[in-house]
Design a protein around this ligand. Structure first.
Ligand code: IPM
Ligand code: MG
Length: 359
């Protein structure tokens, strides 16, 4: 879908807990970088999440979903509150399944990039050593079983089924190769699976090899998931683009996140053929809400991903440089747990100042 134009509409879901405060400063950054690039963004606030569930009995009322579908993109804060639960005991405010499966957002893209002066859990790693992107299949795999697992009549066993389809694999693998072409990286795609043990993954790997034929300019690489976990820690420079199944991607993206300073610097894009949403990947941290201390970086990084999706690479790159410069200047000091020494406003201001300088 070619989205390049000068006026965009964005559905903004402030979400729960710290959501509204970080989304607020991130949208201000979006407006700043947009106006410098002669773009206009019309933002529509959309109710969704745990508080919305408490109000209407539905975490994503039809009206909210309709607004999301009308917009060019969805910018989503963290949703869900630990005490707001469905009768089956699961959290009522979590929207992943509603959006990912409901809108067929088959790509879950998560950059794993180490910024300057960020404390990494890995010893002796420099920015540049860790710079890769996770392409997680977002609609099938083991999580295709979401809500459909089977408990045996004996009550003594339960199963979930891992589903790998040809169509689902082809499209995510193709996306990964295209991403490797787009990125200014090593032009390598690593296929992560468990094809030594499971037939479904042998099928996935076979499809990967077929698709790879169409991309002779991109190098291929193969790892079993256990070896991939080790490599993320021991040889992160090996990775450029990784493509894998839903649950493996869920787990390995958090492991990757831990190598670059944790969830405080991790943003995710959920992309399909017709819709997409962008989010910080951390939760709503209700204990921190309203104090002005939440780190808004992941939300600001999600803005960068959204600008790329909207086919505004120049504007996206400007924002990326401003974020990078704020780290270089030590305007943003992250603690090893991903929280920040500065408050929400101070971090946003540091990035805003850099943007103003480069205008
Ligand atoms: C993620 C999250 C979600 C997932 C949860 C909250 C349902 O862990 O986005 O990685 O499992 O996909
Ligand atoms: Mg996860």
């Amino acid at each position: 879908m070619d989205l390049e134009k000068s006026h965009y509409t964005i559905a903004v879901i402030p979400g729960d807990g710290i959501g509204p405060e970080i989304i607020q400063v991130a949208t201000a950054i979006l407006q700043q970088v947009a106006s410098d690039g002669d773009l206009t963004f019309q933002l529509t606030t959309v109710e969704a999440g745990a508080e919305t569930y408490q109000k209407y009995g539905d975490a994503l009322p039809p009206e909210s979903l309709a607004r999301c579908k009308q917009a060019d993109a969805i910018f989503k804060g963290p949703t869900g509150l630990p005490d707001v639960r469905l009768p089956d005991g699961t959290e009522a405010g979590v929207l992943g399944g509603r959006f990912r499966n409901g809108l067929d957002l088959y790509v879950n893209l998560r950059p794993i990039k180490l910024y300057p002066n960020v404390p990494t859990a890995l010893a002796n790693r420099q920015p540049g050593d860790i710079d890769w992107v996770m392409i997680r299949e977002n609609t099938e795999g083991l999580y295709a079983s979401r809500g459909n697992g089977v408990v045996a009549t004996s009550g003594q066993a339960a199963t979930d089924t891992l589903m790998i389809t040809r169509a689902g694999s082809e499209r995510i693998i193709r996306y990964a190769f295209e991403e490797a072409r787009r990125r200014n990286g090593q032009k390598r795609v690593t296929c992560v699976d468990k094809s030594n043990v499971l037939r479904s993954f042998a099928f996935f790997r076979q499809i990967f090899k077929e698709i790879a034929q169409d991309y002779p300019d991109i190098e291929t690489d193969f790892l079993y998931v256990d070896a991939a976990a080790q490599a993320i820690v021991l040889e992160p420079q090996r990775f450029d683009v990784m493509v894998t199944e839903n649950m493996f991607g869920d787990i390995l993206s958090d492991l990757g996140g831990a190598t670059i300073g944790g969830v405080g610097v991790c943003a995710g894009a959920n992309i399909g053929a017709n819709y997409a949403y962008f989010e910080p990947i951390h939760g709503s941290a209700p204990g921190l809400a309203g104090k002005g201390v939440a780190n808004p970086l992941s939300a600001i990084l999600a803005v960068r991903l959204m600008l790329e999706y909207l086919n505004q690479p120049t504007v996206a790159a400007r924002l990326e440089r401003a974020i990078e410069q704020a780290f270089i200047n030590k305007d943003i000091i992250l603690r090893p747990d991903g929280s920040a020494e500065e408050g929400t406003e101070a971090i946003a201001e540091a990035i805003s100042r850099q943007l103003a300088k480069t205008h």
